[in-house]
Design a protein around this ligand. Structure first.
Ligand code: ATP
Length: 312
């Protein structure tokens, strides 16, 4: 649904994007993550036509977004990081305007508005001016404006910033529902557990490029886990050691004659992945080959700890 290749964008001497490639399939949610300044917002701005790249290509569905921008933009719903709403008019009127721009009229437009108000738990404030809403409510209205026309490509730039847990989960449920009906979603966040909830594939940006791309399982399986063992003898301190083969390491421990009281295996998760990429240079990339542009819709492997009670 979205194919970008070799995007370059400089501001003065600074390269905000430096060969940014990303492909997103229909029905796929991509978690686009990376440090402040990695280029995520610049990428979103280029796809939506707000910023023109110095080089590279953007394809949205059948359209070349750089030469057929008007057609391409009709397929995109965007919730920008900097809110762009009409503060003096109501939530419903903001949505009407955006639904109209997406080509919805009459009953279809009203049904789209009702659906998105319910999904994002905004029905109670639908007839209030946006300007008097809380920050979290406004952010949800922004997400609603992106979704109201049911576009096949959604770009959501930190849509849950400042949201409380309840509204966060409403938003995540709405995003999942859109992907289930075939929308391609690019979702930027600094809050990694959301991407586990969304079962998102990942694109990790650094210094204007995507340096790792694949499913959560693909990107975390080569990382070491951690073996955590407590011992029957209370004088013995807890052991925590990185492990790629917990079974073998545990067998070695038992063979040494020590008596575990409990054994946990902490599986690597997104935080571990993020930190492992932080410790590599952008040129060298991550320690293991990454799966560029993989779109495998495989079940994600969230961080979890498996517990076993060891026989004393
Ligand atoms: N209009 C602009 N003029 C000058 N520099 C810019 C402009 N827009 C972005 N930049 C620079 O480009 C780089 C990438 O910025 P961008 O906002 O895309 O990063 P980001 O990954 O979205 O960061 P964040 O996580 O903070 O939102 C930054 O160094 C930023 O200062």
């Amino acid at each position: 649904m979205l194919v970008t290749n070799g995007l370059v964008k400089s501001y003065g001497r600074h390269r905000a994007l430096d060969g940014f490639d990303l492909t997103v399939e229909p029905g796929e949610i991509v978690g686009l993550i990376g440090h402040n300044g990695a280029g995520k917002t610049t990428f979103v701005e280029i796809v939506t036509g707000l910023v023109r790249p110095d080089a590279g290509s953007v394809r949205i569905g059948p359209f070349d977004a750089l030469s057929e921008g008007r057609d391409a933009r009709r397929l995109v719903g965007v919730a920008p990081q900097e809110l762009a709403l009409y503060g003096s008019v109501t939530v419903r009127e903001n949505l009407r305007l955006l639904a109209g721009l997406a080509g919805l009229r009459g009953r279809r437009r009203d049904a789209g508005i009702t659906r998105v108000l319910e999904e994002l738990q905004l029905s109670a404030v639908a007839d209030r001016p946006v300007g008097i809403l809380s920050g979290g409510q406004r952010r949800r209205v922004q997400a609603a404006t992106a979704m109201v026309g049911s576009p096949p490509l959604l770009l959501l730039d930190e849509p849950t910033a400042g949201a409380d847990p309840e509204t966060r989960s409403a938003l995540l449920a709405a995003v999942r529902a859109r992907a289930e009906t075939g929308a391609a979603v690019v979702y930027t966040t600094h809050y990694l557990p959301e991407l586990v909830d969304l079962d998102a594939t990942l694109a990790i940006a650094r210094a204007g490029r995507v340096i790792a791309r694949g499913t959560q399982e693909e990107l975390t399986r080569h990382l070491p886990g951690e073996l955590r063992v407590t011992f029957a003898d209370p004088a013995e301190p807890e052991l925590r050691t990185p492990t790629k083969d917990p079974g073998a390491d545990l067998a070695a421990l038992l063979a040494s004659g020590r008596t575990p009281a409990s054994v946990d295996v902490h599986r690597p998760g997104l935080d571990d992945l993020y930190h492992s990429l932080e410790t590599t240079t952008p040129e060298a990339g991550p320690t293991e080959p990454t799966t560029q542009q993989s779109t495998v819709a495989q079940a994600a492997a969230p961080t979890r700890t498996e517990s076993h009670d060891a026989a004393a």
